[in-house]
Design a binder for this molecule. Structure first.
Ligand code: FRU
Length: 489
């Protein structure tokens, strides 16, 4: 393992750059057996600065090899977020015999003689599987001087209308454009000015179909929209989603405007979008987010590098309690780093009882429980005598929580020390929890990922022990496995 990956707080099975600052995941695409992950990158410091696209490649979504910087700032500005697609049919004319990759991203500079940010969409293409990139001569390809926050294009091929579709964040809405060739774009529609949360500027949209309850003949479309930090709200930056219909031109929301669906109820999952061009035989929709929050991202106590990504997740749509919800699970490739598994026999925790259990420093916990009516369950990671992180479920309030108030260093920001909560209904007291514990993060997937909570923590020491406790009522732990995870570095 490289020395850099041994530092305190360095994630051991989440992607982080060797050095310097990273934010949003960009340009995720699968091509010729490789998963690409590009990312907002500042190569000259550990704080946000002039943006480049960093690059990493993986064959299994878990082990990443960091590549040289893919896109550098140019005469049109720095390189903000965007996507990459495979141009299978050479619609752009960039390629000769073989299909290649096209990146669509936001070039950001300033209007001449002005302080006003100028954001325009540009293209770059690669004929060697993402190793080198050529900027398109005709950049920028999409401009609109009337809109200042005009960024983060996500593009996909819409087979029914045989057109490329772009979703773009346009201040407090998402504007959709279509194109035959990625070079010329036509405005198709606009979504969201009155829908969902407008607590911050809209950023980083995505739009994709998913079968409902596994039924391929019943597709719904999911629109993901991240919303930027706003000092008025304690949560900082966060991500919402919408479920609806899409005909190649217009997205119709199935919910009322005032319905807000949060993609993650933890503080540290932002600007995530999905992989493009996953083969049909695979069929999965996979997603990754930036594991931080604009409220304190520039202050988190790491030294040589700053920020990591979430674990890649598989997304699905499921009807739960008569409502359609986006479900998330870690991708099955996590298996590649699973080491020893300890399977515990059924345990009964009576009211006020506590059970202690040792754990390996990097692990996945999986629990299936039967909670007596009114039961209140608590699972605590003991990092050291003073430091701990607690996940709890209170049946009375149907409330799932993750408390990191005592989880370690939080001095760097007033907003960090916090309890994160979400409503979660159980079916006859059945609660299922999957928890991924890395060096400085906890990811919680409750009831098949109906509710997720992604949370950074900065404990001085790695946890060696957990306790399971009942604050109220009887809890039967029917299934309990602890799986040791290996470092990917
Ligand atoms: C989201 C974001 C994007 C922008 C990028 C700049 O975190 O603000 O809207 O393209 O970061 O780094």
């Amino acid at each position: 393992m490289h020395e850099l990956y041994k530092e305190m707080y360095r994630p051991q099975f989440h992607f982080s750059p060797k050095k310097n600052w990273m934010n949003d995941p960009n340009g995720m695409v699968f091509f010729k057996g490789e998963y690409h992950l590009f990312f907002q990158y500042h190569p000259h410091g550990t704080e946000w600065g002039p943006m480049h696209w960093g690059h990493a490649i993986s064959e299994d979504l878990i082990h990443w090899e960091e590549m040289p910087i893919a896109l550098y700032p140019d005469e049109h500005g720095v390189i903000f977020s965007g996507c990459a697609v495979v141009d299978w049919n050479n619609t752009t004319g960039f390629f000769e015999d073989e299909p290649g990759l096209v990146a669509v991203y936001t070039n950001t500079d300033q209007y001449p003689d002005s302080e006003r940010s100028r954001q325009r969409q540009s293209l770059a293409y690669s004929k060697d599987q993402g190793r080198s990139w050529i900027k398109y001569q005709g950049n920028p390809v999409l401009v609109d001087e009337s809109i200042t926050d005009f960024r983060d294009p996500k593009v996909f091929w819409h087979q029914e209308t045989k057109k490329w579709v772009m979703v773009l964040a346009t201040e407090q809405s998402i504007t959709l454009y279509t194109s035959d060739n990625l070079l010329e774009w036509e405005r198709a529609s606009e979504f969201g000015a009155t829908a969902g949360s407008h607590d911050g500027v809209w950023e980083c949209p995505d739009l994709f179909p998913l079968p409902l309850d596994g039924d391929e003949t019943n597709q719904k479309w999911v629109m993901i929209v991240s919303i930027g930090d706003n000092p008025q709200y304690k949560e900082g930056s966060r991500t919402q989603y919408f479920i609806g219909e899409f005909d190649g031109q217009t997205f119709i929301n199935n919910h009322s405007d005032d319905t807000i669906l949060w993609l993650d109820h933890g503080r540290d999952n932002y600007a995530g979008v999905s992989w493009s061009d996953i083969p049909i035989q695979d069929g999965r929709r996979m997603y990754i987010g930036w594991m931080s929050n604009w409220r304190y991202a520039n202050q988190v106590p790491t030294s040589v590098w700053r920020s990591s990504m979430t674990i890649p997740r598989e997304l699905s749509l499921k009807t739960v309690h008569n409502k359609v919800r986006l479900m998330q699970q870690p991708v099955r490739e996590l298996e590649t780093i699973k080491e020893s598994v300890t399977e515990h026999k059924q345990k009964v925790i009576m009211e006020n009882d506590v059970i202690k259990q040792s754990i390996p420093p990097l692990c996945e916990l999986h629990l299936k429980m039967d909670l007596e009516e009114k039961a209140h369950f608590e699972l605590t990671f003991h990092h050291s005598r003073e430091e701990n992180t607690t996940i709890s479920y209170d049946s009375n309030r149907e409330l799932l929580s993750l408390n990191r108030e005592e989880s370690g260093d939080s001095q760097f920001s007033d907003s960090f020390s916090t309890i994160q909560s979400a409503e979660l209904q159980t079916e006859e007291g059945n609660l299922e929890l999957k928890i991924l514990l890395d060096r400085a993060s906890v990811e919680l997937f409750a009831n098949s990922g109906e509710v997720t909570m992604t949370s950074l923590i900065f404990p001085e020491e790695l946890a060696q022990e957990i306790s399971l406790a009942s604050k109220e009522g009887k809890i039967v732990v029917k299934h309990f496995t602890i799986t040791e995870l290996a470092s990917i570095w």
